[in-house]
Design a protein around this ligand. Structure first.
Ligand SMILES: [Zn+2]
Length: 206
């Protein structure tokens, strides 16, 4: 449905921007913007400043790939209270936060940036595999927990990583029960992932 040209330009533009978001069409965007028209001017200003900061003040953690304030390592990598001997590999940042919210994992993370997908032209060099390799050279790391979606590409990527990084002293495991085959981990809830982590299976013992 087109945006009504009878709205003033700022409203039309705000609707157009919001409708870029996943699952938001012009109609939902219109409802959001009209609701925002009841906000105080300073609230709208604060919202605008936050959106601006997303572009300027947020970057990727140079260690794990999580979002962090630009130029810093993320809160997880810089925390003293985490288990340094286990790294959990996830596809994208949202999965890290789902696992984090489950409260079932206290180790480190590595965001891979996707899965190997020859069909879509995604090879090892398109993922943060080299960075992971450098982290695993550190012998304090005793376990690599692979938490990729249990679909064909996830399995292939997990096997690739297990072969590439096999070394004495490193256990390689894969999240197991609880996540339905083919499920996209982005939509798995925290409780399901907690089960999947505690029920992980070892694919390469140390
Ligand atoms: Zn980090």
């Amino acid at each position: 449905m087109p945006i009504s040209s009878a709205y003033p330009e700022p409203i039309q533009k705000a609707i157009a921007y919001l409708s870029h978001l996943p699952g938001i069409g012009n109609r939902s965007a219109e409802r959001m913007v009209l609701s925002m028209m009841s906000w105080k001017p300073e609230e709208l200003e604060g919202f605008g400043a936050v959106v601006t900061a997303l572009g300027h003040n947020v970057g990727l953690c140079p260690i794990c790939g999580n979002y962090t304030e630009a130029g810093t390592t993320c809160k997880i990598c810089s925390s003293d209270g985490r288990q340094q001997d286990i790294i959990c590999v996830v596809e994208q940042v949202p999965q890290l936060h789902i696992i984090e919210k489950s409260g079932s994992y206290k180790g480190m993370y590595h965001v891979l940036g996707g899965k190997l997908s020859p069909m879509n032209g995604k090879g090892p060099n398109d993922l943060r595999i080299e960075e992971l390799g450098r982290r695993l050279e550190n012998e304090t790391v005793k376990e690599l927990l692979i938490a990729l979606s249990p679909d064909i590409e996830g399995e292939a990527t997990a096997n690739y990583l297990a072969q590439l990084f096999a070394r004495p002293g490193l256990t390689i495991s894969r999240i197991a029960a609880g996540v339905p085959i083919g499920a996209d981990l982005t939509f798995a809830d925290s409780a399901t992932l907690a089960t999947a982590i505690s029920g992980r299976r070892i694919i390469k013992p140390n």
